[in-house]
Ligand binder design. Structure first.
Ligand code: 5GP
Length: 211
């Protein structure tokens, strides 16, 4: 039987560069599956439905909630965002490591339900850098940018609840650290209870036979 994959959550302030990091991770390494979220926010130029997000209406989103089709959902700067459940579970069962790129509220809900989840927080070197990156993107009004900065300030308060933090100053180097972090997480005692149980059983049999 194939070993179940890891559920990994990557969060980070808007403008932390985590989207670019995710794309690089997926193109460089195998065995990762990126979950595509549903959202009620407007599509940005260059975004594609079914690739970046499933862009849905508020009514459709609320139907997904009612049908219990979401693993988690949250409101973020006046819009709904949520993770379709089926894809995540199917991929985990098939042995793939599944990545959710979601904000902190949803991330902590998933961790509470599935303590085995790996939580990674990505951030740029300074608050000034976050603001600069949002401005540079040029897709949001100053009002929305300030709302996102306020939200980032709230998210900063819960970073301590995460398992790992990565400072994204140089993308290639951060990518390698992210990959190493995920692999390190695979080796924790909590995630290897089956191996520990097996070695103890084998010892019991072996030591009995030796007597
Ligand atoms: P953006 O509008 O910039 O694409 O995303 C805004 C925030 O929503 C980001 O922090 C992003 O990680 C988060 N987000 C995207 N999809 C989901 C989701 O399915 N659930 C939750 N809780 N947050 C999400």
């Amino acid at each position: 039987m194939k070993k179940r994959g890891l559920l990994i959550i990557i969060s980070g302030f808007a403008g932390s560069g985590k989207g670019t990091l995710m794309k690089a991770l997926l193109s460089k390494y195998d065995n990762f599956a990126l979950s595509i979220s549903a959202t009620t926010r407007d599509k940005r130029p260059g975004e594609e439905d079914g690739k970046d997000y499933f862009f849905v209406s508020v009514e459709e989103f609320e139907r997904l909630i009612k049908e219990d089709a979401l693993l988690e959902y949250a409101r973020y700067v006046s819009n709904y965002y949520g993770t379709p459940k089926k894809y995540v579970f199917d991929m985990l069962e098939s042995g793939k490591d599944v990545i959710l790129e979601i904000e902190t509220e949803g991330a902590l809900k998933v961790k509470a339900k599935y303590p085995d989840t790996v939580l990674i927080f990505v951030m740029p070197q300074s608050v000034e850098e976050i603001y600069k990156r949002l401005k540079k993107r040029g897709t949001e009004s100053e009002e929305v940018i300030m709302k996102r900065m306020t939200k980032a300030g709230e998210e900063a308060k819960v970073i301590e609840k995460y398992d790992y933090i990565l400072i994204n100053d140089e993308i290639d180097e951060c990518l390698v650290r992210m990959y190493e972090t995920i692999n390190g997480a695979r080796n924790t005692i909590m995630r290897n209870k089956d191996q520990i149980e097996r070695v103890n059983e084998e010892f019991e049999v072996f030591l009995k036979e030796e007597k």
